[in-house]
Design a protein around this ligand. Sequence first.
Ligand code: ATR
Length: 284
Amino acid sequence: MADSRETIVNHAFVTGYPIKHSRSPLIHGHWLKSLGLAGSYKAIEVAPEAFPAFLQSVRDGSGGMVGGNVTIPHKELAFKLADRPDALAEELGAANTLWRQEGVLHATNTDGYGFTRNLDQRAPGWAACDQAVVLGAGGASRAILQALRDRGIKTIHVLNRTVARAQDLADRFGPALHAHPLEAYDEVAKGAGLVVNTTSLGMDGTPVPDFDFTRLAPGAIVTDIVYVPLKTPLLAQAEKQGVKTVDGLGMLLHQAAPGFARWFGTLPDVDETLRALIVADMAG
Ligand code: ATR
C-alpha cells in the first residue's frame, strides 16, 4: 500500500540587493544534501521598492516560501514589516531571518548567536572574561554588543573613530557599555580578554593602527567579523604578537543555522567539512 503521509518539502530564500555574491545558498545547500532533506534554498534578488510585496508573498504563502534570510539593504525593513519580531530583532531594529507560521511572519536576528557560537566552538571558555573591547560602532557592531551584554560580559568598551556613534550604542545597550575614541585603546585594553573588530580598519589600503595586543589578559582572543580575507590585517597583527585569533568565517556559518532549523526542522552542524567548502569557494 502506498504511504498516505504527505511529505512536506519546504523552500527558503536569501534576499538582498545585490545578492549574487551571497554564500548562503552554498551553506544551506550543503546542509540539505548532507542531511538528506528534500527542501530548497535559493538566492532571490529583490530591489528595495519591491521588498514589501515580496514579504507579503512570504506571509501569505503565495511565493511558495516558508521563510528565508534577508541581507543588505533589507534588514531594517524586514524588521519593520514582520508581524512578530522577537526581542533580539526589536532591540536591534533589524532582522536577518524570517519564517511563516500559521500566516504570521516571524523575524529574528541571528548575527549575535553566530558570533558567540563561533567563539564557543573555536575558543571555548572565552566568555569567562570580564572585559571586552569592540572596535567600531556601525550596523555590524550592534548585534555583537547585544550578544556580549547578553552573555554577561561585565565591561564592554566600544571604540569608534566617531565617538558619538559609540556613545549612541552605549546609551542604547545599557550600563555595561562604555564609549571611547579609537585612541583610548591603550587605556582600556589592559586586562581585557577579548577584542572584536567590526570595522574595515586596514582593509582600505590604509595601514592598521598599532594595537598592542600584549596588553590584553593572558589567553585573550582577538577576533574579526570580516572573513574576506580570513586573515585580516588586524588578525595578522595579533598573530605576530603571539595572541590567539579567531577568524570571522564561523560567524557566517553559525548565524545560518537557526534559520535552517526553522525552515527544515533540524539544527545543522557547523563542521570542518562545511568550513572547507566555503574556504574553497572563496579561493576559487
Ligand atoms: P557596518 O554595517 O559594516 O558596521 P558601517 O555602519 O558603515 O558599516 O560602519 C563601519 C564602521 O567602521 C564604523 O564604526 C566606522 O567608523 P565611523 O563610525 O567613525 O565611520 C568604521 N570605519 C570604517 N572605516 C574606518 C577607518 N578607515 N578608520 C576607522 N574606522 C573606520
